[in-house]
Design a protein around this ligand. Structure first.
Ligand SMILES: Nc1ncnc2c1ncn2[C@@H]1O[C@H](COP(=O)(O)OP(=O)(O)OP(=O)(O)O)[C@@H](O)[C@H]1O
Length: 628
């Protein structure tokens, strides 16, 4: 019986020289190129019938226009949150999804939205509504929608505060299929346009949901929700957990599918955390040193400060120093704000100074660093700020300034992150074994640990002199000092410190961090932050993707506020009592040259933070920035 010759692999066999009749056994072999062509065809046919790779964009059954948009945007493989959320959303379910900053949440709700709407329908009214807490985030989502929806003919309108009302009425007159809006302005428009119905909306997204619900938009959201049809699909996306599950009810979700990813990791593993301890009055000098000497001029850096006055003041200082910076803060004219951010995105400026209005959602893919000029008061805010870097597989660094007043918050942060604290080595130790110590630091950083240290004091002193000259010396064109303002007050270097009592904060607050005591041990134990409480994890316990704790023995773990309280009592009370009734060591132990940040501030200078700050702000209102 004729036997078919098994084909040789790779089509590399030589052509046969056999001249016998072409039997099955002695069939002349095809020329290699012929074979590869046929094989190519076969492969293509196979591919056409092949089941799409599960979990890929191909398996979602997207229409051609939407799939092309995804490919055009450069997305090849869905991120974990996209893989989890998109099939559920495409199935029409309500979803509450929480995943780390920079994990690709925007496309997770945009792609199913485009798939659902598909084609423009000018007669149908608004069919999808995306609510964002900030103008910048809404503008960015609009850009993503245009990019992903490039091959659809859907029309999208943007309604945000700061834009002209007339142009936004025009947007609505165009009958867009999709509206991306900030709640305040959207409600304003709803109030003014009588016949604007939201009953046609079938797809609603609350982006950065916890921020929407906590930023005082409750009334506006309530109004919007009231106008929506009950049959709509509702989606809630956030990087941090809403304060209470009751928020879901507020958003009108029906049997929501809850997805929680990566929440135990909270911050990207590709993010390096660097903390510097310093005195309040050294911050300007430290910042200049950082952006000039430590950060390469090729890197882009976002600097977070707490008020618009700080933004303006720093921008003037940078300009005086020949450094160009972009700015963004809430009260800034919208056009100028968009222009400044666009300039930064285009890398025409390498520094962006912002208030927290920019902390949420802003995606600057090539960002390298974040600087926290002010320590964020809440760990969640820290997570959002530093979440601007190390996105989508890129690495990045977050530099944070820590004054003695910030230390309790720093400890809170580490409990929240479940990250151990490591003291930096002392100067003495460094001098003894520079290489060994540096190696240890590198190893710690590579292990994802945080090492705290100080800027070299000599350098800070040098920079401080320069800054002092700039802010108190001859009148510079950018700084317009009024005669009635005491010049010395202009400089934070010269803020008057009211020494109340020399004491060692570290003794009171930081015994928990001491290597030898239970504090460090306590920290080494991992804690999981659950429902505003810490749950202690023992060996073998793990946190699942949905945020539940699995123990080896299946025992239920009880959340406790004790550990948090313990830290609070020891740290916060110490601060608020101004050293009067804490268990401080009077006089303290002065340890010159110790670079261990947490004991480096050998004496704490208590000063009336509020009055200094008010003064600082009041003074800066006299500063006229010549840059918008
Ligand atoms: N599947 C994908 N493949 C490659 N890149 C992606 C993918 N999905 C999203 N990205 C990119 O990842 C970056 C972060 O995405 P996005 O801004 O949606 O994150 P996020 O989770 O909404 O972050 P935040 O919580 O900060 O708002 C963006 O630059 C986006 O274009």
């Amino acid at each position: 019986m004729a036997r078919l010759t098994p084909s040789t692999s790779g089509g590399k066999s030589k052509p046969s020289t056999d001249s016998a009749a072409p039997t099955a056994e002695h069939r002349p072999r095809r020329r290699p190129q012929m074979k590869s062509k046929a094989a190519g065809k076969k492969k293509a046919a196979q591919a056409a019938h092949k089941k799409p790779k599960s979990g890929g964009f191909e398996s979602l059954g997207l229409c051609e226009e939407v799939y092309r948009g995804v490919r055009h945007k450069g997305y090849r493989v869905p991120t974990p949150i996209q893989r989890k959320a998109m099939p559920l959303i495409l199935a029409g379910l309500d979803v509450a999804a929480m995943a780390r900053t920079g994990s690709g949440k925007t496309a997770a709700f945009l792609v199913p939205m485009l798939q659902r709407l598909r084609r423009r329908d000018p007669g149908a009214g608004i069919r999808a509504l995306i609510l964002s807490p900030t103008r910048d985030l809404a503008t960015q989502t609009l850009k993503f929608t245009h990019q992903l929806g490039k091959f659809t003919d859907l029309k999208t309108g943007l309604i945000v505060g700061g834009g002209s009302m007339d142009s936004q009425f025009e947007v609505l007159a165009d009958n867009p299929d999709i509206i991306i809006a900030t709640p305040g302005r959207f409600v304003h428009i709803l109030d003014m346009v009588d016949d604007l119905s939201l009953r046609s909306v079938e797809y609603v997204v609350f982006d950065e949901a916890d921020s929407l619900f906590s930023l005082g938009f409750a009334e506006q959201l309530h109004k919007i929700l009231h106008k929506l049809s009950d049959t709509r699909q509702t989606l809630l996306f956030s990087a941090t957990m809403p304060q209470a599950l009751a928020e879901f009810a507020k958003a009108g979700l029906r049997d929501p599918q809850v997805i929680r990813l990566d929440l135990d990791k909270k911050i990207s593993p590709d993010l390096k955390l660097v903390f510097f301890t310093l005195r309040q009055e050294e911050k300007l000098a430290a910042l200049l040193y950082l952006v000039r000497e430590r950060i390469s001029s090729e890197e882009q850096t976002m600097i977070f400060v707490s008020t618009k006055y700080h933004v303006e003041f720093l921008s003037i200082l940078f300009r005086e120093e020949g450094l160009a910076a972009s700015l963004s803060y809430g009260a800034m004219d919208q056009e100028a704000r968009t222009e400044h951010i666009a300039k930064f995105r285009a890398r025409r400026t390498m520094l962006l100074i912002v208030t927290d209005v920019a902390a949420r959602g802003l995606d600057i893919p090539l960002l390298d660093n974040v600087v926290n000029w002010d320590f964020p008061a809440k760990p969640k805010l820290f997570v959002h700020r530093v979440g601007r870097v190390a996105r989508q597989g890129r690495t990045g660094t977050a530099y944070t300034f820590v004054t003695s007043e910030d230390m309790p918050f720093l400890l809170d942060l580490h409990l929240f992150l479940s990250k151990p604290l490591r003291p930096a080595p002392t100067e003495e130790e460094l001098l003894k074994d520079m290489d060994g110590i540096n190696l240890k630091i590198d190893q710690s950083l590579a292990n994802g640990e945080t090492v705290y240290g100080r800027f070299p004091q000599t350098i800070i002193d040098l920079c401080s002199d320069g800054v002092k000259e700039l802010t108190t010396g001859s009148i510079t064109p950018g700084l317009d000092y009024r005669s009635d303002v005491e010049r010395t007050v202009l400089s934070p270097c010269c803020v008057e410190l009211r020494l109340m009592m020399p004491c060692r904060l570290d003794a009171a607050v930081l015994d928990l961090v001491d290597d030898e005591t239970s504090g460090m041990q306590a920290q080494k134990t991992r804690y999981h932050w659950m429902k505003n409480k810490f749950v202690k994890l023992n060996n073998g316990d793990r946190v699942t993707a949905s945020g539940k704790i699995k123990t080896e023995t299946s025992a239920k773990l009880k959340a406790s506020k004790d550990i948090y309280k313990k830290w609070q009592q020891k740290s916060h009370r110490a601060i608020s009592s101004g050293g009067k009734d804490g268990n401080f060591e009077e006089g303290g132990t002065y340890m010159p040259g110790n670079t261990f940040c947490l004991s480096s501030c050998s004496y704490i200078f208590y000063f009336d933070l509020r009055s200094t700050f008010t003064k600082f702000i009041a003074v800066h209102q006299y500063v006229t920035p010549s840059d918008p």
